[in-house]
Design a protein around this ligand. Structure first.
Ligand code: T6T
Length: 326
């Protein structure tokens, strides 16, 4: 195991890319500046999530082109108390750059600021923090736009309007909060829809399923649910199936892992908002390398999304599906 992977907190899941012990060691110049092969650490929001796996593939490919070494780690849950020790451990191993998806807008700010203070170039990929001024770049999807697009898709499926609900993960996660905002603003601006608000599943599909079945008991006439990420969508689909309301409730989910695509093919889910995690990862490496080379960086980069339905799955939509491995 390389220096990056020693002394990790219990609960951290580790994926190591690269094989040579010498090549995987932290840089001796304390990050930045010096010559030789650059070491980039990628810290996921959560391990095993196909969104971050696909991002990892983009990072790996871009790092190969740039001649940099990458190591990848992620907490077992999307939880700042599990992610912080990983960040601290990575900072101690002195990589040249860290690409990180912070799991909370406030809790992860100080540990990442400390990384930047230690001379490590920090690039925020996907999520961000309240004050990201220490980061060389922030790269994410148009999450507000994606939330609005999700509402538009639900409206298209329910032209007469009705009650709509949002299942998200946790408040304080920049991406999903922005998606909720995009959806809520659009739903509240449309008088034919009754926005029932957002419920939080803590990124657990089983909790999302329970929330949805309970919501359908309280409001049996719900016509649409927007699930703000992969795990919320997985649980929402289960909940609607368990309530036997598949014909009535239209589901639009953010993200497009293989399970979500299967739900789309089954007809359980009607549309997916697929992000471009590979591009986010690739851009992240390019920004980190530019910063390390003393070149200017783009402070904010916004990537797009693709709406996948059964109709475009064989073409454009199919190309946007996430990977389970690189
Ligand atoms: O939706 C993505 C990501 O953008 C979000 O920040 C957290 O959840 C995912 O990783 C999907 O599970």
């Amino acid at each position: 195991m390389s220096r990056f992977t020693r002394g990790l907190a219990v609960g951290a899941s580790v994926l190591v890319l690269g094989s040579s012990l010498a090549a995987c060691g932290g840089s001796s110049d304390g990050g930045g500046g010096g010559g030789g092969e650059k070491k980039i650490a990628f810290i996921q929001g959560v391990a095993g999530d196909q969104f971050y796996i696909t991002m990892q593939c983009g990072i790996e490919a871009a790092a190969k082109t740039a001649g940099a070494k990458v190591e990848v780690q992620g907490p077992q849950k999307f939880d700042p108390t599990l992610q912080k020790p990983i960040v601290d451990s990575v900072v101690a191993s002195k990589p040249d750059a860290i690409l990180v998806a912070p799991t909370d807008v406030s809790a992860m700010e100080a540990p990442l600021k400390a990384a930047a203070k230690a001379g490590i170039k920090v690039v925020l990929v996907d999520t961000t923090v309240n004050d990201p001024s220490f980061a060389v770049s922030e790269i994410s999807s148009d999450n507000v736009g994606g939330g609005k697009a999700a509402f538009d898709a639900i409206k298209q499926l329910n032209p007469n309007g009705g009650k709509v609900l949002v299942i998200s993960t946790d408040p304080g996660v920049s991406t999903v909060d922005a998606r909720v905002k995009g959806f809520k603003d659009a739903a509240e601006a449309d008088s034919s829809f009754n926005y029932l608000g957002v419920q939080y599943s803590h990124n657990e599909p089983a909790t999302a399923a329970k929330l949805v079945t309970a919501a359908l008991q309280k409001d049996p006439d719900i016509v649409g649910v927007f699930a703000t990420n992969l795990f919320a969508a997985e649980g929402t689909a289960t909940g609607v199936r368990q309530a036997d309301k598949g014909d009535q409730v239209k589901i639009v989910g953010f993200d497009a892992g293989p399970d979500q695509v299967k739900a789309l093919q089954d007809g359980t889910v009607q549309a997916l908002v697929a992000q471009q995690p590979g591009t986010i990862g690739q851009d992240g490496v390019e920004q980190a390398m530019a910063a390390l080379d003393g070149k200017s960086t783009e402070k904010k980069i916004q990537t797009g999304f693709t709406i996948i339905t059964k109709d475009n799955l064989d073409g454009e939509g199919g190309k946007a599906v996430y990977k389970s491995s690189c």
